[in-house]
Design a protein around this ligand. Structure first.
Ligand code: ZN
Length: 168
């Protein structure tokens, strides 16, 4: 398997509402396998399919990066079942190199998704895991973390965003 190039802000695929995954066939498995290689090499916490240019409804989160007991999880056709609380945390995104922003999101999340074997599962998460799941889920909806900024905060990074978009 192989790494795929990570799509940078400005590429229209990041704004696409992704297509639900049908059968988990060879193509989907290859995509996930490449995403795992890509995420590990980028030392990231999570990666959505649209970030490697595939507008499919799936993402991966690698909790081994923050917790030795963590695991790498695949979320196919994810749905947010419920959220609770609100917390501000610093966030980054592999599609926005070197940009870390304080973003307010729910503190806890319950998510439902299908794994690579085709089994539907439900998972509750808090802390960094919840943050990663909510961030990656947004990617499947064409939503990006900068969308949560206040108009003022957005104005402050406008120049950096323009530079990213111009380079992509
Ligand atoms: Zn992201």
């Amino acid at each position: 398997m192989a790494e795929r190039p990570i799509v940078i802000y400005g590429d229209p695929v990041l704004r696409e509402v992704t297509q639900p995954v049908g059968e988990i066939d060879r193509e989907v498995k290859d995509l996930v396998s490449d995403m795992v290689d890509t995420l590990k090499s980028a030392r990231g916490l999570g990666l959505a399919a649209s970030q490697v240019g595939a507008a499919k409804r799936l993402f991966i989160v690698d909790l081994t990066a923050i917790d030795v007991n963590g695991s790498l999880k695949v979320f196919i056709n994810p749905e947010i079942v419920e959220t609770e609380g609100e917390i501000e945390m610093e966030e980054g995104c592999l599609s926005f190199p070197d940009m870390y922003l304080k973003i307010t999101r729910p503190e806890r999340v319950k998510v439902r998704a299908t794994d690579l074997d085709g089994n539907r599962f439900e998972m509750s998460a808090d802390g960094v895991s919840a943050r990663a799941i909510l961030h990656e889920y947004d990617h499947t909806q064409g939503k990006l973390f900068v969308d949560y900024l206040s108009p003022l905060a957005r104005t402050l990074i406008r120049g950096r965003l323009r530079k990213l978009a111009a380079a992509s």
